[in-house]
Design a protein around this ligand. Structure first.
Ligand code: SF4
Length: 444
């Protein structure tokens, strides 16, 4: 710690627990808080502490099974299923460090100057509610600020828990910090993210923000304006990770390869030149349209290990109407370049979207058949209705989401019971089994 943790002299950052049917640690890290932490460290005299319920490397986290490259299972406790989700025939869990352990730890600290909570999916707000309760119980009436996805997409719902901060790249958070610390500092050039806030040997970053495409089901454009970070800034951040002996870096970019000529290529030429002992992972789907010979070659040389390709569907009509980001021949060309660069098909995974309003089971099954035929594992991405997206607006118009609806209704496992998806429970099970069987047979 080092700095002054006395009453009102420090800032508490929170990454809340998750309440859901499923959750898996595919490098789920609070990048926004790592950035906010960097601002606090670089520009203020305030001390800070990150209370990360989802950090499996924390001494407070009960041991769980770890998989490759820093991924693994979260600790979970079964909890009562909320009434809105009763139809889903699965158990409902709370994932993350147990509440009692975290509260006992929080009690060691006097009340902070302010609390910043990051938020994820809109239907994960129960975790935010729990954190706010714990904060009030232990520290009383301290100012609480909320940022992140849920807070940005549903500010009026989120405002019951604290003051909602919006703004490009967290600028509003930076302004609040300036006011709290009595300092003025710029929001623009970002100091390297404070990866040291976690002990994990893996971390996350993003070399770009947002996405210039407008798929009808995606909220990327609502969260960030499309922007490339300066290459020097990303390199500085990666160097910081290397100094902390971090080995695995997951890139959270939504559009890593857009303008590859001016961004990805010069950036990763330099990463290769540096010869850092890093492995890169792409949990978000890669834009296959932009995978050319050099991109594939750089990915191999820079040690990309997890390749998730955006396919979504082989249904040309669906692609044309819902997602302008690819055509099937572009997917095949990307696979060709990646193979030529030295990746095997068994190292690749293709995202297949399921549950988008109007999408039929036969269309999804056709996509799975195609992937089986070409020897690439499918990964199902379940549709979640996200406020502000084009598909969501249609659903609101059709009366599926009244203005005051509960965000739990956005849960990604609700579509087979929703009425807006032609894929019912039985067909969904069939799709899941088929995807599992293909992935199992093609396992590396
Ligand atoms: S290309 Fe990907 S990130 Fe961009 S809008 Fe479409 S789904 Fe979202």
């Amino acid at each position: 710690m080092g700095k002054d943790f006395s009453r009102g002299k420090w800032v508490a950052l929170f990454h809340p627990p998750i309440y859901d049917f499923t959750a898996y640690d595919l490098w789920l890290r609070p990048l926004g808080l790592y950035r906010l932490g960097a601002y606090i460290k670089n520009y203020t005299d305030l001390a800070l502490f990150l209370f990360d319920y989802m950090d499996r490397s924390s001494p407070l986290a009960p041991p769980t099974k770890s998989r490759k490259y820093g991924t693994g299972k979260f600790y979970k406790e079964r909890v009562e299923k909320p009434r809105f989700l009763k139809e889903v025939k699965r158990y409902f869990y709370r994932f993350g460090i147990p509440r009692a352990s975290m509260e006992a730890f929080m009690e060691k600290f006097p009340p902070p100057l302010a609390v910043f909570i990051t938020t994820g999916m809109t239907y994960w707000y129960l975790g935010v509610k729990e954190v706010v309760r714990s904060v009030k119980k232990i520290w009383g009436n301290v100012p609480i600020f909320l940022g992140g996805t849920y807070a940005t997409l549903m500010p009026s719902h989120a405002s019951q828990f604290g003051k909602v901060l919006k703004g490009e790249a967290g600028c509003e958070s930076v302004e609040v910090l300036g006011a709290l610390s009595g300092r003025r500092f710029p929001c623009g050039d970002e100091p390297p993210a404070a990866f040291e806030l976690s002990r994990a040997p893996s971390t996350v970053t993003a070399t770009t923000r947002g996405c210039p495409f407008r798929c009808t089901f995606c909220a990327s454009f609502l969260l960030h304006r499309w922007k490339k970070r300066p290459i020097w800034e990303v390199l500085e951040e990666l160097e910081g990770a290397v100094k902390l002996s971090i080995k695995d870096i997951a890139l959270y970019d939504d559009a890593l390869l857009v303008d590859a000529q001016g961004h990805f290529k010069p950036l990763f030429r330099e990463v290769v030149r540096q010869g850092w002992n890093l492995r890169f992972h792409l949990p978000n789907g890669l834009h296959v349209r932009f995978v050319d010979e050099e991109v594939a070659w750089l990915m191999k040389r820079a040690n990309f290990k997890t390749l998730r390709l955006s396919l979504e569907s082989v249904d040309e009509e669906f692609l044309k109407e819902r997602t302008p980001k690819l055509r099937l021949e572009e997917f095949e060309r990307a696979v060709f370049h990646l193979e030529k660069a030295g990746f095997s098909r068994r190292e690749m995974v293709a995202y297949v979207i399921v549950g988008v309003p109007g999408q039929r089971a036969s269309s999804v099954l056709k996509t799975l058949d195609y992937l089986e035929k070409i020897g690439i594992k499918p990964s199902l991405a379940y549709y979640s209705p996200v406020p502000g997206t084009k598909d969501f607006q249609v659903l609101v118009h059709e009366g599926y989401f009244p203005p005051e609806h509960d965000p739990l209704l956005h849960n990604k496992l609700l579509f087979p019971y929703s009425g807006y998806s032609p894929i019912g429970e039985e067909e969904f099970e069939k799709i899941r089994k088929r995807a599992f069987e293909i992935a199992f047979n093609l396992r590396a």
